[in-house]
Design a protein around this ligand. Structure first.
Ligand code: HEM
Length: 304
Protein backbone atom coordinates (compact mmCIF):
# COMPACT_ATOMS: atom_id res chain seq x y z
CA UNK A 1 0.00 0.00 0.00
CA UNK A 2 2.94 2.26 -0.23
CA UNK A 3 5.83 3.57 -2.12
CA UNK A 4 8.90 1.79 -1.61
CA UNK A 5 12.27 3.03 -0.85
CA UNK A 6 14.37 3.88 2.06
CA UNK A 7 15.73 7.37 1.73
CA UNK A 8 17.66 9.32 4.26
CA UNK A 9 15.50 12.42 4.34
CA UNK A 10 18.29 14.64 5.60
CA UNK A 11 20.56 13.60 2.75
CA UNK A 12 17.77 13.92 0.24
CA UNK A 13 17.21 17.57 1.05
CA UNK A 14 20.77 18.37 -0.05
CA UNK A 15 20.72 16.28 -3.20
CA UNK A 16 20.08 17.42 -6.77
CA UNK A 17 16.43 17.95 -7.45
CA UNK A 18 14.50 16.81 -10.47
CA UNK A 19 10.97 16.40 -11.69
CA UNK A 20 10.19 12.98 -13.10
CA UNK A 21 7.12 10.93 -14.01
CA UNK A 22 5.27 10.62 -10.71
CA UNK A 23 2.56 8.36 -9.38
CA UNK A 24 -0.12 10.78 -10.33
CA UNK A 25 1.41 13.90 -11.73
CA UNK A 26 2.76 13.43 -15.19
CA UNK A 27 4.10 16.92 -15.88
CA UNK A 28 7.43 18.38 -14.81
CA UNK A 29 6.99 21.39 -12.59
CA UNK A 30 8.13 24.48 -14.53
CA UNK A 31 11.47 25.93 -13.55
CA UNK A 32 12.60 22.88 -11.56
CA UNK A 33 16.23 21.85 -12.10
CA UNK A 34 16.51 18.34 -13.50
CA UNK A 35 19.16 15.99 -12.20
CA UNK A 36 18.24 12.93 -14.30
CA UNK A 37 18.33 9.27 -13.44
CA UNK A 38 22.14 9.25 -13.21
CA UNK A 39 21.85 11.30 -10.06
CA UNK A 40 21.74 9.28 -6.80
CA UNK A 41 18.72 11.17 -5.51
CA UNK A 42 15.76 12.30 -7.53
CA UNK A 43 12.88 14.42 -6.26
CA UNK A 44 9.64 13.56 -8.01
CA UNK A 45 6.25 15.17 -7.78
CA UNK A 46 4.11 12.26 -6.59
CA UNK A 47 0.65 13.39 -5.47
CA UNK A 48 -1.50 16.16 -6.92
CA UNK A 49 -3.22 18.63 -4.59
CA UNK A 50 -6.80 17.24 -4.97
CA UNK A 51 -5.52 13.73 -4.11
CA UNK A 52 -3.70 15.03 -1.03
CA UNK A 53 -6.67 17.05 0.24
CA UNK A 54 -9.09 14.18 -0.46
CA UNK A 55 -6.78 11.67 1.25
CA UNK A 56 -6.39 13.54 4.53
CA UNK A 57 -10.06 14.53 4.69
CA UNK A 58 -10.90 10.89 4.14
CA UNK A 59 -8.52 9.75 6.90
CA UNK A 60 -10.06 12.21 9.42
CA UNK A 61 -13.61 11.20 8.42
CA UNK A 62 -12.83 7.50 8.79
CA UNK A 63 -11.28 7.81 12.24
CA UNK A 64 -14.28 9.75 13.55
CA UNK A 65 -16.77 7.50 11.75
CA UNK A 66 -15.21 4.36 13.25
CA UNK A 67 -15.09 5.77 16.78
CA UNK A 68 -18.59 7.29 16.73
CA UNK A 69 -19.90 4.09 15.09
CA UNK A 70 -18.56 2.08 18.03
CA UNK A 71 -20.37 4.50 20.38
CA UNK A 72 -23.63 3.77 18.53
CA UNK A 73 -22.93 0.00 18.54
CA UNK A 74 -22.43 0.15 22.34
CA UNK A 75 -26.11 1.14 22.74
CA UNK A 76 -27.10 -2.32 21.43
CA UNK A 77 -23.96 -4.49 21.35
CA UNK A 78 -25.25 -7.46 19.37
CA UNK A 79 -25.47 -8.39 15.67
CA UNK A 80 -28.04 -10.52 13.83
CA UNK A 81 -28.87 -11.69 10.30
CA UNK A 82 -32.09 -10.94 8.42
CA UNK A 83 -34.66 -8.44 9.65
CA UNK A 84 -35.13 -9.31 13.31
CA UNK A 85 -33.08 -8.63 16.41
CA UNK A 86 -33.83 -11.92 18.13
CA UNK A 87 -31.72 -12.08 21.33
CA UNK A 88 -31.57 -15.90 21.09
CA UNK A 89 -30.01 -15.80 17.64
CA UNK A 90 -27.09 -13.40 17.80
CA UNK A 91 -24.11 -13.69 15.46
CA UNK A 92 -22.05 -11.62 17.87
CA UNK A 93 -22.74 -10.16 21.29
CA UNK A 94 -20.57 -8.27 23.74
CA UNK A 95 -21.74 -7.96 27.35
CA UNK A 96 -20.72 -7.84 31.00
CA UNK A 97 -21.57 -10.90 33.13
CA UNK A 98 -21.01 -11.91 36.75
CA UNK A 99 -18.89 -15.03 37.29
CA UNK A 100 -19.70 -17.60 40.03
CA UNK A 101 -17.24 -15.84 42.32
CA UNK A 102 -19.17 -12.56 41.89
CA UNK A 103 -16.48 -11.02 39.66
CA UNK A 104 -17.69 -8.96 36.68
CA UNK A 105 -16.25 -10.12 33.37
CA UNK A 106 -16.49 -8.98 29.76
CA UNK A 107 -17.85 -11.77 27.55
CA UNK A 108 -17.77 -11.68 23.73
CA UNK A 109 -19.81 -14.40 22.06
CA UNK A 110 -19.14 -15.13 18.36
CA UNK A 111 -21.45 -17.63 16.63
CA UNK A 112 -22.30 -19.19 20.00
CA UNK A 113 -18.69 -19.40 21.26
CA UNK A 114 -18.03 -17.25 24.36
CA UNK A 115 -14.62 -15.61 24.97
CA UNK A 116 -13.42 -13.78 28.07
CA UNK A 117 -12.52 -10.27 26.83
CA UNK A 118 -12.41 -8.48 30.19
CA UNK A 119 -10.46 -5.23 30.07
CA UNK A 120 -11.17 -4.58 26.38
CA UNK A 121 -14.63 -5.73 25.32
CA UNK A 122 -17.69 -5.99 27.57
CA UNK A 123 -16.12 -4.73 30.78
CA UNK A 124 -13.27 -2.22 30.93
CA UNK A 125 -12.06 0.38 33.40
CA UNK A 126 -14.72 -0.67 35.96
CA UNK A 127 -17.46 0.02 33.45
CA UNK A 128 -19.85 -2.33 31.66
CA UNK A 129 -19.59 -1.26 28.01
CA UNK A 130 -19.00 -3.18 24.78
CA UNK A 131 -16.13 -1.09 23.29
CA UNK A 132 -13.90 0.74 25.78
CA UNK A 133 -13.93 4.53 26.34
CA UNK A 134 -10.66 5.07 24.37
CA UNK A 135 -12.25 3.58 21.23
CA UNK A 136 -15.40 5.71 21.11
CA UNK A 137 -16.39 9.29 20.28
CA UNK A 138 -17.42 10.80 22.64
CA UNK A 139 -15.61 8.63 25.19
CA UNK A 140 -18.48 8.74 27.73
CA UNK A 141 -21.67 6.77 26.98
CA UNK A 142 -23.65 9.32 24.92
CA UNK A 143 -25.62 7.80 22.07
CA UNK A 144 -27.26 11.02 20.82
CA UNK A 145 -23.92 12.83 20.49
CA UNK A 146 -22.28 9.77 18.86
CA UNK A 147 -25.04 9.76 16.21
CA UNK A 148 -24.57 13.45 15.47
CA UNK A 149 -20.82 12.98 14.93
CA UNK A 150 -21.45 9.87 12.85
CA UNK A 151 -24.03 11.41 10.51
CA UNK A 152 -22.09 14.66 10.00
CA UNK A 153 -18.86 12.86 9.07
CA UNK A 154 -20.74 10.26 7.01
CA UNK A 155 -22.02 13.00 4.67
CA UNK A 156 -18.58 14.61 4.55
CA UNK A 157 -17.11 11.19 3.66
CA UNK A 158 -19.72 10.71 0.89
CA UNK A 159 -19.21 14.19 -0.63
CA UNK A 160 -15.42 13.85 -0.45
CA UNK A 161 -15.62 10.37 -1.99
CA UNK A 162 -17.82 11.54 -4.87
CA UNK A 163 -15.53 14.51 -5.58
CA UNK A 164 -12.47 12.24 -5.46
CA UNK A 165 -14.05 9.66 -7.78
CA UNK A 166 -15.04 12.40 -10.27
CA UNK A 167 -11.55 13.89 -10.14
CA UNK A 168 -9.86 10.49 -10.48
CA UNK A 169 -11.98 9.74 -13.52
CA UNK A 170 -11.64 13.12 -15.29
CA UNK A 171 -7.91 13.57 -14.58
CA UNK A 172 -7.23 9.92 -15.59
CA UNK A 173 -5.65 9.31 -12.16
CA UNK A 174 -7.89 6.25 -12.02
CA UNK A 175 -6.77 4.69 -15.30
CA UNK A 176 -3.14 5.83 -15.23
CA UNK A 177 -2.23 5.28 -11.58
CA UNK A 178 -4.82 3.23 -9.74
CA UNK A 179 -6.20 0.52 -12.04
CA UNK A 180 -3.79 -2.43 -12.37
CA UNK A 181 -2.65 -3.16 -15.94
CA UNK A 182 -2.65 -6.64 -17.51
CA UNK A 183 1.13 -6.74 -17.00
CA UNK A 184 0.71 -5.81 -13.31
CA UNK A 185 -1.73 -8.70 -12.84
CA UNK A 186 0.60 -11.17 -14.57
CA UNK A 187 3.35 -10.34 -12.07
CA UNK A 188 1.12 -10.54 -9.03
CA UNK A 189 2.60 -13.74 -7.58
CA UNK A 190 6.09 -12.21 -7.68
CA UNK A 191 4.74 -9.05 -6.00
CA UNK A 192 3.18 -11.16 -3.22
CA UNK A 193 6.47 -13.02 -2.67
CA UNK A 194 8.42 -9.74 -2.58
CA UNK A 195 5.97 -8.23 -0.09
CA UNK A 196 6.16 -11.27 2.19
CA UNK A 197 9.95 -10.95 2.19
CA UNK A 198 9.53 -7.21 2.87
CA UNK A 199 11.35 -6.48 -0.40
CA UNK A 200 9.88 -3.33 -1.90
CA UNK A 201 10.51 -1.87 -5.38
CA UNK A 202 13.31 0.66 -5.65
CA UNK A 203 14.46 3.36 -8.08
CA UNK A 204 12.28 3.92 -11.15
CA UNK A 205 9.93 1.07 -10.17
CA UNK A 206 9.02 2.94 -7.01
CA UNK A 207 7.70 5.86 -9.06
CA UNK A 208 4.37 4.14 -9.51
CA UNK A 209 2.15 2.08 -7.24
CA UNK A 210 2.87 -1.65 -7.27
CA UNK A 211 0.10 -4.10 -8.16
CA UNK A 212 -0.82 -4.92 -4.53
CA UNK A 213 -1.07 -1.23 -3.70
CA UNK A 214 -3.28 -0.66 -6.74
CA UNK A 215 -5.57 -3.58 -5.88
CA UNK A 216 -5.86 -2.48 -2.24
CA UNK A 217 -6.64 1.16 -3.15
CA UNK A 218 -9.13 0.29 -5.89
CA UNK A 219 -10.99 -2.24 -3.74
CA UNK A 220 -11.16 0.17 -0.81
CA UNK A 221 -12.23 3.17 -2.93
CA UNK A 222 -14.67 1.41 -5.24
CA UNK A 223 -15.69 -1.64 -3.16
CA UNK A 224 -15.50 -1.14 0.59
CA UNK A 225 -16.40 2.58 0.64
CA UNK A 226 -19.63 2.22 -1.41
CA UNK A 227 -20.54 -0.91 0.60
CA UNK A 228 -20.26 0.86 3.94
CA UNK A 229 -22.27 3.86 2.65
CA UNK A 230 -25.05 1.71 1.14
CA UNK A 231 -25.41 -0.53 4.22
CA UNK A 232 -25.47 2.63 6.38
CA UNK A 233 -28.29 4.05 4.26
CA UNK A 234 -30.17 0.72 4.46
CA UNK A 235 -30.37 1.10 8.25
CA UNK A 236 -32.39 4.32 7.86
CA UNK A 237 -36.18 3.69 7.80
CA UNK A 238 -36.70 6.88 5.74
CA UNK A 239 -34.26 5.76 3.05
CA UNK A 240 -35.77 2.25 3.06
CA UNK A 241 -39.18 3.69 2.31
CA UNK A 242 -37.82 5.54 -0.71
CA UNK A 243 -35.55 2.70 -1.91
CA UNK A 244 -36.99 -0.61 -0.61
CA UNK A 245 -34.69 -2.58 -2.94
CA UNK A 246 -31.83 -1.79 -0.54
CA UNK A 247 -33.41 -4.14 2.02
CA UNK A 248 -33.75 -6.83 -0.65
CA UNK A 249 -30.10 -6.49 -1.73
CA UNK A 250 -28.67 -6.68 1.79
CA UNK A 251 -31.16 -9.19 3.23
CA UNK A 252 -32.87 -6.97 5.82
CA UNK A 253 -31.99 -4.16 8.18
CA UNK A 254 -30.18 -6.34 10.74
CA UNK A 255 -28.16 -8.03 8.00
CA UNK A 256 -27.23 -4.58 6.65
CA UNK A 257 -26.08 -3.59 10.17
CA UNK A 258 -23.91 -6.72 10.39
CA UNK A 259 -22.35 -6.06 6.94
CA UNK A 260 -21.79 -2.41 7.97
CA UNK A 261 -19.93 -3.64 11.08
CA UNK A 262 -17.80 -6.11 9.08
CA UNK A 263 -16.99 -3.36 6.53
CA UNK A 264 -15.96 -1.10 9.42
CA UNK A 265 -13.46 -3.69 10.69
CA UNK A 266 -12.22 -4.30 7.13
CA UNK A 267 -11.38 -0.58 7.07
CA UNK A 268 -9.57 -0.99 10.40
CA UNK A 269 -7.57 -3.89 8.88
CA UNK A 270 -6.77 -1.83 5.78
CA UNK A 271 -5.64 1.15 7.88
CA UNK A 272 -3.33 -1.02 10.04
CA UNK A 273 -1.63 -2.62 6.98
CA UNK A 274 -1.57 0.70 5.08
CA UNK A 275 0.11 2.61 7.92
CA UNK A 276 2.52 -0.29 8.59
CA UNK A 277 3.61 -0.17 4.93
CA UNK A 278 4.01 3.60 5.11
CA UNK A 279 6.31 3.14 8.12
CA UNK A 280 8.25 0.21 6.59
CA UNK A 281 8.97 1.99 3.31
CA UNK A 282 10.17 5.32 4.70
CA UNK A 283 7.73 7.11 6.99
CA UNK A 284 9.09 10.64 6.56
CA UNK A 285 9.42 10.48 2.78
CA UNK A 286 5.94 8.97 2.38
CA UNK A 287 4.19 11.41 4.68
CA UNK A 288 5.98 14.32 3.05
CA UNK A 289 4.80 13.14 -0.36
CA UNK A 290 1.17 13.03 0.83
CA UNK A 291 1.52 16.48 2.47
CA UNK A 292 3.69 18.49 0.04
CA UNK A 293 3.42 16.27 -3.06
CA UNK A 294 7.21 15.64 -3.29
CA UNK A 295 8.87 12.27 -2.94
CA UNK A 296 12.58 11.45 -2.98
CA UNK A 297 13.82 8.45 -4.99
CA UNK A 298 17.22 6.86 -4.48
CA UNK A 299 18.85 5.29 -7.53
CA UNK A 300 21.02 2.47 -6.31
CA UNK A 301 24.47 2.05 -7.81
CA UNK A 302 24.61 5.66 -9.01
CA UNK A 303 27.51 7.62 -7.58
CA UNK A 304 27.53 11.33 -7.09
C1 HEM B 1 -3.39 8.28 9.49
C2 HEM B 1 -3.46 7.30 8.66
C3 HEM B 1 -2.92 7.32 7.25
C4 HEM B 1 -1.65 7.58 6.82
C5 HEM B 1 -0.44 7.95 7.67
C6 HEM B 1 -1.66 7.45 5.36
C7 HEM B 1 -0.60 7.65 4.53
C8 HEM B 1 -0.60 7.54 3.15
C9 HEM B 1 0.50 7.82 2.27
C10 HEM B 1 1.88 8.28 2.73
C11 HEM B 1 0.11 7.57 1.01
C12 HEM B 1 0.96 7.69 -0.27
C13 HEM B 1 1.41 6.31 -0.65
C14 HEM B 1 2.29 6.37 -1.90
O1 HEM B 1 2.69 7.42 -2.32
O2 HEM B 1 2.58 5.28 -2.40
C15 HEM B 1 -1.26 7.16 1.04
C16 HEM B 1 -2.05 6.85 -0.08
C17 HEM B 1 -3.36 6.42 -0.02
N1 HEM B 1 -4.09 6.21 1.13
FE1 HEM B 1 -3.51 6.63 3.05
N2 HEM B 1 -2.91 7.08 4.98
C18 HEM B 1 -3.71 7.00 6.10
C19 HEM B 1 -5.06 6.67 6.14
C20 HEM B 1 -5.79 6.26 5.06
C21 HEM B 1 -7.16 5.84 5.13
C22 HEM B 1 -8.02 5.83 6.40
C23 HEM B 1 -7.53 5.51 3.90
C24 HEM B 1 -8.91 4.99 3.60
C25 HEM B 1 -9.46 4.84 2.50
C26 HEM B 1 -6.40 5.71 3.00
C27 HEM B 1 -6.38 5.45 1.65
C28 HEM B 1 -5.34 5.75 0.79
C29 HEM B 1 -5.43 5.69 -0.66
C30 HEM B 1 -6.65 5.23 -1.47
C31 HEM B 1 -4.20 6.13 -1.17
C32 HEM B 1 -3.84 6.31 -2.64
C33 HEM B 1 -4.23 7.73 -3.01
C34 HEM B 1 -4.22 8.01 -4.51
O3 HEM B 1 -3.16 7.98 -5.14
O4 HEM B 1 -5.29 8.26 -5.06
N3 HEM B 1 -5.35 6.17 3.75
N4 HEM B 1 -1.67 7.14 2.37
Amino acid sequence: MTPTLHVDPLVSETMPVTSAPPVNQPSTAPGEPVAGPDSPEERVSRHRLPVRIGHWLNAVCLFILIMSGLQIFNAHPALYWGDRSDRDRTLLSIRAAKSDGGQVKGITTILGHPFDTTGVLGYSNNSARAFPAWATVPSAKWLAMGRQWHLFFAWLFVINGLLFATYAFISRHLTEDLLPTGRDLKNISQAVKDHLRLRHPKGDEAKRYNVLQKLAYVSVLFGLAPLIVLTGLTMSPTIDTAFPWLLTIFGGRQAARTIHFIACFSFVGFIIIHVAQVVLTGFFNNIRSMVTGYFVLRHEGVKR
